[in-house]
Design a protein around this ligand. Structure first.
Ligand SMILES: [Zn+2]
Length: 409
């Protein structure tokens, strides 16, 4: 048995691990490298031959740096199955198509911008939506803790990793030469006590080899409670000033956590009722996938569902442009709207500048007074930093790119 790190070695994107055993080989994850545009395009277009020729693939979770090159893998000739959890398969259906659309928009933008240059070589996306469908055809969706056999002589199971919906640790029991060796591949791991998701599962032990994600290995998390406290403080203060709040947030996980926390605060009477907008088709679709998978929720969230119904059931407006026409109480006349914003990437038409995320389009348009708040949501930030720091900050002439944004998940 041999492990080869074909991606995300000494860097944090493009996860790709090859496990070679007597009967064949398995890859775990096939993520997109996310870096400078040109380097990313080159690296993502050409995958290692050993990965393409692997017999099976296992996907730990749907984040694009773990799943985003699966369509390229299949397009390049990979013939095996892609095993993952049911929730991850459902998330990938939206996220990989979104990735294809972002690539198409990016290519169209650059070709339009530089197309008159005679030396310009037109850019084509690494894959399109049809390639995504071909990849989805290879997905085999599984429940947690259901043993399966990706290769003869290899028994695998997926354990909850508590990172995002559907995320999994992978346990491989490799039987060869009359012995069994156990490998644990953590994938990205969550932490205990986060809203909505169950805590990471304790894996079986002992293991013979542990492959552990270590991106934040040198960080100490702040208390989880600070997120709720900070959100309450920012919402109350901003509503009292008659302002709006913009929260740039990831479409998967952060958006739903925020909805859950706001719902809890509202039910507890700690904040007043206020309109919430999700300006991201992807975040709205992902929220639908969350609704489909209550089996991934922790006890608290499930009992909240039982007691209050759908915790994500705020009136959702798909597009931030709808806000301008909102005449509802709390709408423009009352100026105490809470505007929640997803980072779902640009739309193909009309083509915005692709490098600017959706949240970055809004501050300059809508936050023109001291009453408003930009609230980059950092759930691990101690009180007084991150979320709180921007609260009520007057608009300066600074570029939106300089605002503190959530780090890579
Ligand atoms: Zn992740």
């Amino acid at each position: 048995m041999r492990l080869r790190f074909l991606g995300a070695a000494e860097e944090v994107t493009g996860s790709l691990l090859l496990v070679e055993v007597e009967s064949g080989s398995i890859i775990v994850d096939c993520g997109m490298f996310q870096g400078r545009r040109q380097e990313s395009r080159l690296r993502n277009a050409k995958l290692p031959r050993a990965a393409i020729e692997a017999d099976a693939a296992i996907l730990t979770h749907s984040h694009i740096d773990h799943s985003g090159s699966m369509p390229t893998l299949v397009k390049s000739g990979f013939q095996g199955s892609i095993y993952t959890t049911l929730a991850t398969a459902n998330l990938c259906s939206y996220m990989l198509r979104d990735s294809a659309r972002i690539q198409a928009a990016d290519a169209a933008y650059l070709n339009r911008k530089y197309g008159r240059d005679p030396d310009w070589v037109p850019i084509t996306p690494t894959y399109d939506e049809v390639d995504v469908l071909h990849a989805l055809d290879r997905f085999v969706a599984l429940s947690y803790r259901r043993p399966f056999e990706p290769l003869p002589g290899v028994t695998a199971q997926l354990l909850n990793a508590g990172h995002i919906l559907g995320s999994a640790q992978v346990v491989l029991d490799v039987h060869e030469h009359g012995k069994t060796k156990r490998i644990l591949i953590s994938g990205d791991l969550g932490r205990k006590g986060l809203p909505i998701l169950r805590d990471p599962e304790t894996p079986p032990h002992p293991v013979d080899a542990l492959v552990l994600e270590s991106t934040y290995g040198d960080r100490v998390h702040g208390p989880v409670e600070s997120m709720q406290t900070e959100i309450e403080r920012v919402v109350r203060a901003t509503v009292a000033r008659g302002g709006k709040i913009i929260v740039p947030a990831f479409a998967v996980g952060r958006t739903q956590e925020l909805l859950f926390v706001l719902h809890g605060l509202l039910r507890a009477g700690r904040i007043s009722e206020l309109p919430i907008y999700i300006d991201s088709p992807l975040a709205i679709n992902v929220t639908e996938v969350f609704r489909m998978h209550p089996e991934c929720f922790d006890e608290e969230t499930r009992s909240f569902f039982d007691e209050h119904g759908d915790v994500f059931s705020f009136a959702l407006h798909e597009d931030g442009r709808g806000i301008d026409g909102d005449q509802s109480p709390g709408g423009p006349r009352h100026h105490h709207r809470c505007f929640r914003h997803g980072g779902g990437g640009p739309r193909p038409s009309p083509p915005p500048k692709p490098r600017r995320r959706r949240a970055q389009h809004h501050p300059d348009r809508r936050l023109h007074g001291r009453a408003h708040a930009r609230a980059p949501l950092g759930r691990t930030a101690p009180t007084g930093e991150n979320l709180g720091r921007r609260a009520g900050a007057p608009r300066s002439g600074r570029s939106p790119q300089r605002f503190q944004r959530p780090r890579r998940p």
